[in-house]
Structure formats: structure tokens, C-alpha cells
Design a protein around this ligand. Sequence first.
Ligand code: HEC
Length: 78
Amino acid sequence: MPAPFRLFAIVCASVVVSAFAAEEWKVPAEAAAVVNPVKITDAAVAAGKKSYVQFCQMCHGATGKGDGEAAAALTPQR
Ligand code: HEC
């Protein structure tokens, strides 16, 4: 794609993205209607906790408040 058209495409894309960003985001109805395929058992909860501690807690924190150690390196800060 020639450079001027590429720039035009990037400008158009960023206008579209910022228009969406201005609206309050709501969960789409089809996503809200999704049923958890995992049966809630003690084993499933324990496995989820293990995954959370391994992959999520570093940012989201031990109680999900976003105060994990790695969150300090993210911007913007809240
Ligand atoms: C590198 C840091 C980091 C890691 C690791 C991380 N997250 Fe996040 N997560 C974020 C940030 C930053 C946001 C955006 C928060 C915001 O803008 O409000 C976010 C947002 C989310 C949200 C949306 C929350 C909301 O209220 O909209 C969910 C759900 C989420 N993360 C789940 C997870 C899960 C599950 C894992 C582990 C598999 C995980 N995250 C790992 C940094 C991280």
C-alpha cells in the first residue's frame, strides 16, 4: 500500500478506536448469556486458584484488587 494511503488507513482506524473508547463498555448480551462450562466443585475451585496464583496474582494481587507486585510497573496507575 502506498505510504499516503497507509497513513490515511491508520488515521481512520484510530478515529474508529477512539469513538468506541468514548462509550461505556458493556458485556455483549451473547457473552453475558454464556454458561460456565466448568462444574463448580472443590477440585475445580482449587485448580482455578492454582492457575490464578501462577498467572494472574502478580498483577491482580492476592485478593484481586490490582495490587500485585508487577502492577507497580504498569501505567497508568490508578
Ligand atoms: C501483566 C499484568 C497482568 C496479568 C499477569 C494479568 N492481568 Fe488481567 N488485567 C491487567 C490489566 C492492566 C487490566 C486492565 C485493568 C483496567 O483497565 O481496568 C486487566 C484486566 C483484567 C480483567 C478485566 C477486569 C475488569 O474489571 O474489566 C480480567 C477479567 C482479567 N484481567 C483477568 C486476568 C486473568 C484471569 C489473568 C490470569 C490468567 C490476568 N488477568 C493476568 C493486568 C494483568
